[in-house]
Design a protein around this ligand. Structure first.
Ligand SMILES: [Zn+2]
Length: 135
């Protein structure tokens, strides 16, 4: 199957090996793409594993966190991902999403940090939902 991160590659040659613990993301860009596809495939464990323990978005109630990821993943169509810019710790992207048929696309600049040697998502430095921008 084609990778849900919209790289144009097959899942096996893109995010699959990260999700299956066969490979670690060498860059924060690869990690970001693999988190997008993990949301698309409803893989809450991978999202949790790749969220930095010091992240303000790290949810201590794992059960509630898993439920909210599952709800987001199961009600959202992950229609596109455009990488606008990136460097060794940041990725700015535009995620094209539809939730219950409504456009929930957003633009974000994410900050990444290593935890125990692995790249993790730390927090958004900038977040703007398309519907907010249109208003
Ligand atoms: Zn991918």
């Amino acid at each position: 199957m084609e990778c849900p991160c919209h790289s144009g590659k097959t899942y096996e040659h893109c995010c699959g090996p990260y999700h299956k613990n066969r490979k670690l993301a060498e860059t924060c860009l690869a990690l970001m793409r693999s988190r997008y596809s993990a949301y698309a495939l409803d893989l809450p464990d991978y999202i949790i594993k790749t969220t930095h323990p010091n992240s303000p978005l790290y949810e201590k109630n794992l059960e509630a966190w898993i439920a909210s990821i599952h709800e987001f993943s199961s009600t959202t169509e992950f229609q596109g991902l455009e990488i606008e810019s990136f460097d060794d710790r940041h990725v700015t992207f535009y995620a094209i999403l539809k939730t219950f048929g409504k456009d929930t696309s957003f633009r974000e600049k994410s900050l990444f940090e290593k935890s125990e040697g692995f790249w993790c998502y730390l927090k958004p430095l900038f977040f703007l939902q398309k519907s907010q921008a249109d208003d």
